[in-house]
Design a protein around this ligand. Structure first.
Ligand SMILES: [Mg+2]
Length: 368
């Protein structure tokens, strides 16, 4: 129990996205992970992770140069105190964005360490139980042809997923007819039993998002994600009030303060905050409490192998997302990362996060 932090190491890994995937507002060029390893004076190592499309080097240098020196000699059990200290240390330059990705990765590593020291999986440490977590498959880029989109949707169902999410916002959100046509084709191909959600990645102005949502109603869309710019809380509220398709948002939100504003603004039905961005487990526990106070569903964004622990602990977690785009890099970085079977993820019983790094792959990626 009386272990103190001795060493912090940060590694970057990246996999280029060659097929030129695009959503409504962005071309995806790289998927990068920033891995933090915090080792104690007794040789136990906690793993933390965050991800980025741009700016991995900035995350690494912030941790190496500024956060790590604050951690050496401290107890990894001081997660609350350390979070508060690092938050105020960087508050003038980073209450969102890359600085928060850095804080999230550090916090996750400390939680992993707490679990490992206690010999306890994180879901159990947070008061949860070993639930089976429903996972939905996520992909369906706007750069796909109609045929490619339908093909991927059918593949998701063939792999056993009972819920899928695809992109809308073709041509930057300027071709609503195409979005309606593509959703019709997908619904026809997957049948009526599969849950079908869409993600517009901030593409629309609220009025156009409502127009699209109302045209998609007949295809039984069970969640419409980020219809408008993530910071447009009035636009999100207008969307929520104007359609009966539930609204997902929060993957671009940081801290309990950001979530408070979404909730006060009536701007979310499915809260999608991401532990690897929003401030780690320390902040996510508070965010989860807020979501419960508002009786809102928690549906964290991507990184299902991290989020499974909060899903085991928080009963308002409805499902987790498995991004097909992340499958390759996740499989390389973590040895035997848990895989969903028929759309269900079983939380492993190992201590902490229950993850093991492929050190060889990480060293290979960080050679120079
Ligand atoms: Mg999304």
């Amino acid at each position: 129990m009386n272990q103190n932090i001795k060493k912090i190491e940060v590694s970057l890994v990246a996999s280029p996205v060659r097929s030129g995937f695009q959503d409504a507002t962005r071309k995806v060029e790289t998927v990068g992970l920033c891995i933090v390893e915090v080792t104690t004076d007794q040789g136990l190592t906690g793993i933390g992770v965050t991800y980025h499309e741009v700016g991995g080097e900035a995350i690494k240098s912030l941790i190496d140069g500024y956060y790590a020196p604050k951690l050496v000699g401290r107890s990894p059990f001081e997660t609350e105190v350390i979070w508060e200290e690092l938050f105020h240390y960087a508050r003038g330059v980073g209450r969102k964005g890359l600085a928060f990705c850095a804080l999230s990765a550090v916090d996750i590593a400390l939680w992993d360490l707490k679990g490992k020291i206690l010999g306890m999986p994180l879901y159990r440490l947070m008061g949860g139980t070993k639930r089976n977590i429903p996972i939905y498959a996520s992909g369906g880029w706007t750069s796909y042809s109609d045929e490619e989109l339908v093909e991927e949707a059918v593949e998701m169902v063939a792999r056993g997923y009972r819920a899928i999410k695809l992109k809308v916002g073709v041509n930057g959100g300027r071709d609503i007819q195409a979005d309606v046509r593509r959703c019709r084709k997908v619904r026809e191909a997957i049948g009526s039993d599969i849950e079908f959600m869409v993600d517009a990645n901030n593409a629309f102005h609220a009025a156009d998002a409502v127009r699209l949502a109302n045209r998609l109603r007949e295809y039984e869309i069970s969640m419409f994600e980020e219809p408008v710019f993530a910071d447009d809380i009035p636009g999100l509220a207008k969307f929520a009030a104007s359609t009966d398709i539930p609204l997902g948002t929060g993957e671009h939100e940081y801290t309990k303060y950001g979530v408070r504003d979404l909730l006060l603004g009536h701007a979310v039905d499915y809260l999608q905050t991401d532990i690897t961005r929003c401030g780690g487990f320390t902040e996510m526990l508070k965010i989860a409490a807020l979501s419960q106070a508002w009786n809102i569903a928690l549906a964290p964004h991507a990184m299902e192998y991290i989020h499974m622990h909060i899903a085991g602990a928080m009963s308002n977690t409805v499902f987790l997302e498995r991004l097909f785009l992340f499958e390759d890099i996740t499989g390389r970085v973590f040895k035997g990362a848990p895989l969903p079977v028929n759309g269900i993820l079983e939380i492993p019983d190992k201590p902490g996060l229950g993850l093991e790094l492929d050190k060889e792959f990480i060293m290979e990626q960080n050679k120079n």
